[in-house]
Ligand binder design. Structure first.
Ligand code: MIC
Ligand code: SF4
Length: 642
C-alpha cells in the first residue's frame, strides 16, 4: 500500500484505532519536549499520574519562555522544573541554552520518530522528517508516562515546490505564501507534506521555518522528507548516526495538492493582526517602523543571523528604530561571536537579547503606543506583543533587517546585491547546557523543590447529567488562546498558579469576565469559528475551568485547544445550525438534559431561556466521553490505572 511520509510514521507508531481520516488513533511517542511556560503544569500532571520515571526514548524540559525574572515566580518555576526533571528522568535545558524548537532541531530531533511537545510550534522538528505535534501539558505528561497520544487521523495535504527562489526571497516568504493560500483555518485536520524539486535548495533550518509556521495554518503537523539535505545537517551537527532516509511512495494519495513555483515569489509580510493577512512588502506603501525584532523559533538559525549580520555590516540602523536580535540557541550565539558577525550586529546598533522567546511572547520589548513592529516571528495577534494598539508585521529576516536600516517597511530587493554568506560544514557542539537526569537509584532519594507560586493542579469535576448554564461570554471568530489566556511579562509568572492567572482570563475581550463568571458559578462560553487557535497552553482551558465554565459552544474549534478542553473536563460543542449562534447572547441560559445518554451519538439538544430548542453537535470518541465523565484526563488516567 502506498503511503505519505506521515502515514508511514503513523503506521509504525500506531497503538490503537485505524488510519481512516477522522477516526481517533493512539500513537506511541518516542520523544517529548516541554517549555517552562507550559512545563510546570505538565510536570505537576506527571507527578499526579504517579509514574516514577518517564518511559520515552528522550524527554527534554527547556527553559526559554519565562526568562524575565522580575520576582521570585519564574525562578521558582525553573527550579521546580529542574528538580522534577532530574528526579523523573528528563533532560533539562538550562535557561539561556536556547529556544526549545531550535535547540531540539539542532541537537535531538530524529527523522522517522514521533515527538509531542507542550508548545504549538513543536512541528518545527518536521523540518527533519520527524512527526512532531503540539499538545497540551496533560497529554505530554501521559506520553512521558508511556501512554498513547491520541489525535484524529488527519487528512494528507501536499505542497509541491518547483523552481528556484530569487535573491532576497526566503523560506519565511514560502511560509507566508501558504498562509495566504490556505488561511489560518486551512490546515485544520491535516498534515502538510512538503516536496518537489524545489525543496532541495532549502536547508534543514529553512525547512524548519516552514514547518514551524504550519502551526499557523491550524495543521496537525507539517513534514519534509529526510534526504541528503537532512543527512548533511545531521552530519554537521555531529549526529550522522541519527540519519534515516524517508520519503513518500511515488503514488501516495493526497486530499489536496498545492503547487508553488518558487521563482514567482516575492518578499511578503503578514499585516496586523493575523498571520494570514499577507501582502507583498513592495505594495505596503511607506509605513514608518519604530521597532524591528529578529529571532524566535521561526527565524533564529545561524543562517538567518549570518544573513542579517551581512546586511548590517558596516551600516547603522535608522535613528527611529529599536532593533532586537535573539539568536535561537547558544550554538548560534557562540558561532556568531566566533566568526565576528556578532560584532557587526552590535556595531550596527542592534540590542542583543538572550537565546530565548523574549519579545515573541511579550516577555519584554513591547512596542511603543501605536508602534509599528516588524518581526521575524510567527504570530501577530492583537495585544500579543504586550502593547494593545501596536501594529505587528511578520516578515523574513531579510525584510526585517532592510526595514531596520531604512526605518520603513522595505522590500529588501531595493537594497541591491544579495550578500553572500558561507555556512560552516560543522557546527560547534557543546551540550553542556543540557543537564542529564539522575540515575534511577539516586532519583528515588531526590525531592522536588516547590516555591510558593506553584499551586496544585486544578481539579475537574465529573460531568453532570444535567446542567443549566448561563452564557458568561460571547465572542466572535478566530479567538486565539492569546485572547483567552493572555501571555506577556505581567501574566506569565502565574503559569503555575491557575487561580491568580484566571484573573486575567479573556482580559483582551472583556475585563469583567472573570468576576462575572465567578459570580455566576457554573456557566458556558459562546464562540465563533476556529475558537482556540494558536498556542497549546492548557491554561486557556484550566483558567475558564477555575472560573466555572463547564461548556464551550462554538461554530468550530482549533485542534489542540479542543483536546485541552476535554482534558480539563469542559464539554466542547458546536452549533448544528450556525445561525443559532446569532440568537444566543450573554446572559441567556442553556439547559442541557440527559447529557450522558446523548453524548455517544455526538448530538445534544439544549433549551434556551426563552424555550427555543437548539441542536448542538460534537463527535466524541468513547475515550473522550470517559474523560469528560471522569472530570478530566488526570482523574480518568487514575481511574484507568486502578
Ligand atoms: C506561543 O507561541 O504562543 C507559545 C507561548 O509558545 C505557546 C505556548 C505557551 O502559551 O506557553 C504555544 O505556541 O503553544
Ligand atoms: Fe517561543 Fe515565540 Fe516560538 Fe512560542 S512562537 S515557542 S513564544 S519563540
Amino acid at each position: 500500500m502506498s503511503r505519505t511520509i506521515a502515514q508511514k510514521i503513523i503506521a509504525a507508531h500506531l497503538l490503537s484505532g485505524d488510519m481512516t481520516p477522522g477516526s481517533e488513533i493512539g500513537l506511541r511517542i518516542d520523544q517529548t519536549l516541554t517549555q517552562d511556560a507550559t512545563g510546570t503544569m505538565a510536570y505537576l500532571a506527571l507527578e499526579n499520574i504517579g509514574i516514577p520515571r518517564v518511559k520515552t526514548e528522550k524527554s527534554i524540559a527547556y527553559i526559554d519562555h519565562n526568562t524575565l525574572q522580575c520576582g521570585f515566580e519564574n525562578a521558582d518555576d525553573h527550579r521546580y522544573i529542574q528538580s522534577v526533571a532530574r528526579k523523573y528522568g528528563v533532560y533539562f535545558s538550562r535557561p539561556g541554552n536556547g529556544i526549545c524548537h531550535q535547540t531540539h532541531l539542532e541537537r535531538f530531533g530524529k527523522p522517522g520518530k514521533t515527538l509531542i511537545g507542550s508548545d504549538s510550534h513543536t512541528p518545527t522538528a518536521g523540518g527533519l522528517g520527524m512527526l512532531a505535534m503540539g499538545a497540551g501539558g496533560m497529554d505530554v505528561a501521559v506520553a512521558m508516562g508511556g501512554g498513547a497520544y491520541y489525535i484524529t487521523m488527519p487528512k494528507m495535504y501536499k505542497v509541491n515546490l518547483t523552481g528556484t527562489l530569487k535573491p532576497w526571497v526566503t523560506a519565511k516568504d514560502i511560509s507566508l505564501e501558504i498562509l495566504r493560500i490556505l488561511s489560518v483555518k486551512g490546515g485544520v485536520g491535516a498534515i502538510v507534506e512538503w516536496g518537489g524539486e524545489g525543496i532541495r535548495q532549502l536547508s534543514v533550518p529553512e525547512r524548519a521555518t516552514i514547518t514551524n509556521m504550519g502551526a499557523e495554518l491550524g495543521a496537525t503537523s507539517s513534514i519534509f522528507p529526510s534526504d541528503e539535505v537532512t543527512h548533511a545537517f545531521l552530519k554537521a551537527q555531529g549526529r550522522a548516526q541519527d540519519y534515516v532516509p524517508l520519503s513518500s511512495d511515488p503514488d501516495a494519495q493526497y486530499d489536496k495538492v498545492i503547487d508553488i513555483d518558487l521563482s514567482t515569489l516575492e518578499p511578503l509580510a503578514a499585516c496586523p493582526h493575523s498571520p494570514d493577512n499577507v501582502k507583498k512588502a513592495a505594495e505596503l506603501g511607506r509605513i514608518a517602523v519604530s521597532q524591528v525584532c529578529i529571532g524566535s523559533c521561526t527565524n533564529s538559525s545561524l543562517r538567518d543571523m549570518l544573513r542579517v549580520a551581512a546586511m548590517l555590516k558596516g551600516k547603522k540602523i535608522a535613528d527611529t528604530v529599536s532593533l532586537s536580535i535573539s539568536p535561537g540557541t547558544r550554538q548560534v550565539l557562540t558561532m556568531l561571536a566566533d566568526c565576528g558577525a556578532l560584532s557587526d550586529l552590535i556595531a550596527a546598533g542592534a540590542r542583543i537579547l538572550e537565546c530565548a522567546c523574549g519579545p515573541c511572547i511579550g516577555m519584554g520589548f513591547s512596542p511603543a503606543s501605536g508602534g509599528v513592529s516588524v518581526r521575524t516571528f510567527n504570530r501577530n495577534f492583537e495585544g500579543r506583543s504586550g502593547t494593545r494598539d501596536a501594529q505587528v508585521y511578520l516578515a523574513s529576516p531579510e525584510t526585517a533587517a532592510a526595514s531596520a536600516l531604512t526605518g520603513f517597511i522595505t522590500d529588501p530587493r531595493t537594497l541591491g546585491e544579495y550578500p553572500a554568506i558561507t555556512l560552516p560544514d560543522t557546527f560547534l557542539v557543546d551540550d553542556s547546557g543540557v543537564l542529564p537526569p539522575a540515575g534511577k537509584e539516586e532519583a528515588e532519594g531526590l525531592s522536588v523543590e516547590r516555591g510558593p507560586n506553584i499551586k496544585p493542579f486544578p481539579k475537574g469535576e465529573p460531568l453532570p447529567d444535567q446542567m443549566t448554564l448561563p452564557v458568561s461570554l460571547k465572542v466572535g471568530d478566530n479567538i486565539t488562546t492569546d485572547h483567552i489566556m493572555p501571555a506577556g511579562a505581567k501574566v506569565l509568572p502565574y503559569r503555575s498558579n491557575i487561580p491568580k492567572m484566571a484573573e486575567f482570563c479573556f482580559g483582551v475581550c472583556d475585563e469583567q469576565f472573570p468576576s462575572r463568571a465567578l459570580q455566576l458559578g457554573r456557566s458556558c462560553v459562546i464562540g465563533g469559528a476556529n475558537y482556540g487557535q494558536g498556542s497549546s497552553r492548557e491554561h486557556a482551558a484550566l483558567a475558564p475551568l477555575h472560573l466555572g465554565v463547564r461548556a464551550v459552544i462554538t461554530k468550530s474549534f482549533a485542534r489542540i485547544h479542543v483536546a485541552n478542553l476535554i482534558n480539563a473536563g469542559i464539554l466542547p460543542l458546536t452549533f448544528e445550525n450556525p445561525a443559532d449562534y446569532d440568537d444566543l447572547q450573554q446572559g441567556d441560559t442553556l439547559t442541557l438534559k440527559n447529557i450522558h445518554a446523548q453524548l455517544p451519538a455526538g448530538r445534544l439538544t439544549a433549551t434556551t431561556g426563552s424555550g427555543k430548542t437548539i441542536a448542538l453537535v460534537y463527535p466524541l470518541s468513547e475515550r473522550q466521553i470517559a474523560i469528560l465523565k471522569a472530570g478530566g484526563l488526570l482523574n480518568y488516567t487514575k481511574e484507568v490505572a486502578q
